[in-house]
Ligand binder design. Sequence first.
Ligand code: ZN
Length: 205
Amino acid sequence: MILSISIMFNNLNDTTSILYTKNLEIQKEYIENKMSQTQLSILTNNSQLIGSVEEISNLCSNTATNIIKNFFRKCPLSGYNSRKCSMCNKTDCTILEKAHSSYSDRPTILKNAIQTLWTDDNVGINAGNIFREFILLHKNTPMFLLCPSCHRKYDKIKVDKNYKNKNKKKKSNQCSRNKYKPTIQYRMSTRNTKNIKWSLRKYST
Ligand SMILES: [Zn+2]
C-alpha cells in the first residue's frame, strides 16, 4: 500500500513530469508579474534580524507560511479553476492546499533564502529582503494544489533518501558548518519581532 501511494505521487516529484514542469512555469510567470505589483508590507519591512540561520528561520517561519497563503493566493496552479486535486483528481474539492515539492519544502526554502543574505550572526539582515528572496526561490520549485487528505499523504511520503543525502552533502560543501552552530545567546530584537507579527496581521494582497 505504501509503495502504491509513493507511485501515485511520482508525478509530483518527477522534475520532468508534465504536472511538475507546468506548475513551475505557471509559478515563475506569476512571481515575475506579481512581485512588481504586490503591496505586501512585510516585503518592505526594514527590521534587522540578527542571529544564526536557524534562529532567524524559526522567527520567520510563521510569516513565511502566511506569505504562501497571501502572495500565492491567486496563482493559477493546476486545479486552481476546477477545484481539482492534482493527486486524486477529485474535482469537487471545497478546500485545496498548496503543497511544496518533497525535495524543497517551505522550511528548506526559507533557510536557503536566509543563507543567501546571511554573513554572520553579528550582522543584521533586512526582514523584507528575506521574504522577497523566499518568494523568488519559488521560481525553482513548484507547488501543487492538493486536497487535505492527499496533502497529508504526500507529506508522509519519504523522498528518495539518496537524493536528499546528495543535496545535504552539496550544502555542507558549499558553506561552513559554523554557520549552523547554535549560538548560546538568543539575540533577536523583541521590538523587531513585534513589528513582523504586527505587519503580518495587517498586510493584504
Ligand atoms: Zn486528493
